[in-house]
Structure formats: structure tokens, C-alpha cells
Design a protein around this ligand. Structure first.
Ligand SMILES: [Fe+2]
Length: 386
């Protein structure tokens, strides 16, 4: 077995309704004065109110920063950091989708260590320490509560990342009740994103791919596969929502230590240039990238096919099972109401070659792909997806 390192969040709390009692859960770790990072939509919906009430009841003074946008900007990170410093907070809570959690990670770092953000970009450049940090996801998809990564938009559309175990939180609080109101299309797209995390982590060519990630990926795929339709078509199904949130976290633990590959690399230009949500971008290229990878990864995909679709266990032979797996994943996205083709989300054929060029810049992801991808390959994958 190859040597490997597996890092994850120190404490995971899974409990329906946990957000309504979050004050008691976090008081000891975060201290008595905190910054609560969220987005304006959740604030308006009132989803933060029970958590804020619980913090107040526990005697925790809370400054709310509710200006996190999708694809959060450096300006937002710095504004939240200024707010935290002005109030001399002792800890940070990130509450929301991946964007709010990513901002909270960086704010905790910048307030805790005082290091300039320009020294922190990239992999392993963070010094720390950070402030105590608790992350509470309200979507089941990104797994940001267990990943050591934060993605921030610098300038118009340059995405920069900070990757370091230092920004893994102290506590991840999983409360499936927070996801009950997610609309079907967001449930579907974020759920497919989580599945892609597990599939790409399992098949990752990363030197750090490891048996712990593989085990978590398979458990994630079983939970996500068995529950994604229930969660999309009956959002109030508490058991399905809980399984999706847990599956998303397990997939996050898997890919945090065995990184994702070409599905994500080809999804980024779709999201970056056309502002298509991340999960949908992944769904649009998923079957086409897996079909491209199949010559080198059929046996790997065959191993996990029945985790998502149990009836595929009866499919004989790796090639057949892999082909059926890919077909079924494409059909699943359609069934969940996601647009199947790039043209359906308004991308013209003339943009495909530029997207292929952009995708090649994602070298940190492409190196993990089971099959080498050239720019010409990326273009034919986009053509197939168009
Ligand atoms: Fe993703």
C-alpha cells in the first residue's frame, strides 16, 4: 500500500435540529464573542434566526456578516475580516452554502494569524494559527465543512484557492433540517456535485489516493444514490435530506484527501464564463468525461457502479457495467430536471474551443484524471456535451 496522509475535521456533530441549540455546542470552542458569516438570502428567509437566538441564549455576543455572494470576492473576505477585527471576536461560524463556509475559513485565518492573504494563496502556504472555527452547511453538495480549501474570486473572474489543513474547522455541525427548504433544482445540482466528488475521489490518480477516501467515497455514493431522487421530488423527506447531507460530507472527506479531476476541470470554464451553478456545470460534462476515461478506468467505475445503482450488480463484465453506469448517470440528471446539454444553458458552439483552452489551465485537477486529457480531447468532450 502507498503511504498517504488523511486529514479531516476534528469533530463532526450530526443531529436534526442541531442549529437550534448551536450556542451550547460551540460556546466552549468559540468563546463569548463571534462573527457569524452567512448570505443575504438565508438571512432574509429567516433560516439563521434559530441559530442566532441560541447563540444569544448562551450568552455569546454575535456580529452577523450577511453579505456573502455566490463565487465570493476578495473584497467580501476583507470586509468580513475587518468586521471581525473591529469587534475583537474570539471565534467564527460559517453558516450557509460553500461560499459562506469558504469565506469563514479565510476570515478565521486572517484574524488568527494576521498573515497577509497574498502569502496564503496556493497549497500549503498558510502559517496559522487561525481563530476557532465552526462550519454549518445548509446545502448537501460542496462538503466544504470537511475540506481544507477555500476558493475566492480575485478581480473580475480570477479564481484563487487557499489549501491547507489549517483551515479545516474545529467542528462541522450537520443539521439536515436546514436543508428541508432547498428547491428541487438546487437539491439536484448540489447532489450531483457530491456524487462527482465521490466518483472522482475514488478514481483519482493522485499519489495520495487512499483506502480511507475510497471507503468514504463508496459509502457516500450509496447514500447519495439511494436518496437523491427522494430529496429532489419530496424536499420534506427528513430521512432523505439527512442521508444527502451525510453523503455530501463523506464525499467531501474523500476528495479532500484524494482530489477531483477532469469533470471538475471541464466544469470550471462553464461556471466561470457563463455563471452556470457549479453542480449543474459538473452534471453537464459528467457522462462525457467518464466515457472518455472509460478505456483507462472501466474496472474502477465498475467497482462503484452498484453503489449508486444497486441493480447494476447483475451486469456482467467491467466494460458492460461501466457503460451502463455512465448511461444511468446521464439519465439520472435528466430525471432530476437538470438540463442535459451545453446548448440548453445558452452556451453557443462557438465558445467550445475557448472553454477547452481554459480547461487546460486546471492542471492541479487534470493531473488526477485516470486518463491524460489534451486540449483536443477537452474540445471533443465539450462537443459531445453540446
Ligand atoms: Fe464540486
Amino acid at each position: 500500500m502507498n503511504p498517504f496522509i488523511f486529514s479531516t475535521t476534528a469533530q463532526i456533530v450530526y443531529r436534526p435540529g442541531a442549529a437550534t441549540a448551536i450556542g451550547d455546542l460551540v460556546k466552549q470552542k468559540l468563546g463569548s464573542r463571534i462573527l457569524f458569516v452567512t448570505d443575504p438570502g438565508l438571512r432574509k428567509l429567516g433560516l439563521c434566526d434559530p441559530a442566532l437566538a441560541s447563540l444569544a441564549a448562551s450568552g455569546i455576543e454575535t456580529t452577523v456578516f450577511d453579505r456573502v455572494e455566490a463565487d465570493p470576492s476578495l473584497a467580501t473576505v476583507m470586509a468580513a475580516t475587518d468586521a471581525a477585527k473591529a469587534d475583537k471576536v474570539s471565534g467564527v461560524i460559517g453558516f450557509g452554502g460553500g461560499s459562506s463556509l469558504d469565506v469563514a475559513k479565510v476570515v478565521a485565518l486572517l484574524c488568527g494569524s494576521g498573515e497577509p492573504i497574498d502569502d496564503a494563496w496556493g497549497v500549503g502556504n498558510v502559517k496559522g494559527p487561525r481563530l476557532p472555527l465552526v462550519l454549518v452547511p445548509t446545502t448537501a453538495g460542496t462538503g466544504s465543512e470537511v475540506t481544507p480549501v477555500s476558493i475566492i474570486t480575485v478581480g473580475a473572474d480570477e479564481k484563487r484557492g487557499i489549501s491547507s489543513p489549517v483551515i479545516l474547522p474545529d467542528i462541522a455541525v450537520l443539521d439536515p433540517d436546514l436543508t428541508l427548504g432547498l428547491p428541487p433544482h438546487i437539491t439536484a445540482a448540489t447532489g450531483i456535485d457530491a456524487m462527482v466528488h465521490a466518483i472522482e475521489a475514488y478514481a483519482s490518480k493522485s499519489a495520495n489516493n487512499n483506502p480511507v477516501s475510497k471507503m468514504f467515497a463508496r459509502q457516500a455514493l450509496q447514500l447519495l444514490g439511494a436518496n437523491i431522487e427522494k430529496a429532489v421530488f419530496d424536499g420534506k423527506d427528513r430521512a432523505a435530506r439527512g442521508a444527502m447531507l451525510l453523503g455530501s460530507m463523506l464525499a467531501g472527506q474523500a476528495f479532500a484527501n484524494s482530489p477531483v479531476a477532469a469533470v471538475h476541470a471541464l466544469a470550471y470554464p462553464i461556471g466561470g464564463t457563463f455563471h452556470i451553478p457549479h453542480g449543474l456545470s459538473n452534471a453537464l460534462v459528467l457522462p462525457h468525461v467518464l466515457r472518455f476515461n472509460a478505456p483507462d478506468a472501466a474496472s474502477t467505475y465498475a467497482e462503484i457502479a452498484a453503489d449508486v445503482f444497486p441493480d447494476l450488480a447483475s451486469e456482467q463484465g467491467d466494460q458492460g457495467r461501466c457503460a451502463a453506469f455512465i448511461e444511468r448517470l446521464g439519465a439520472l440528471s435528466v430525471k432530476l430536471g437538470l438540463q442535459p446539454r451545453l446548448r440548453d444553458v445558452g452556451i453557443g458552439e462557438e465558445h467550445l474551443s475557448g472553454m477547452a483552452r481554459d480547461a487546460m489551465k486546471q492542471t492541479r485537477l487534470l493531473v488526477n484524471n485516470p486518463r491524460d486529457v489534451s486540449e483536443a480531447d477537452a474540445l471533443s468532450i465539450y462537443r459531445a456535451a453540446w
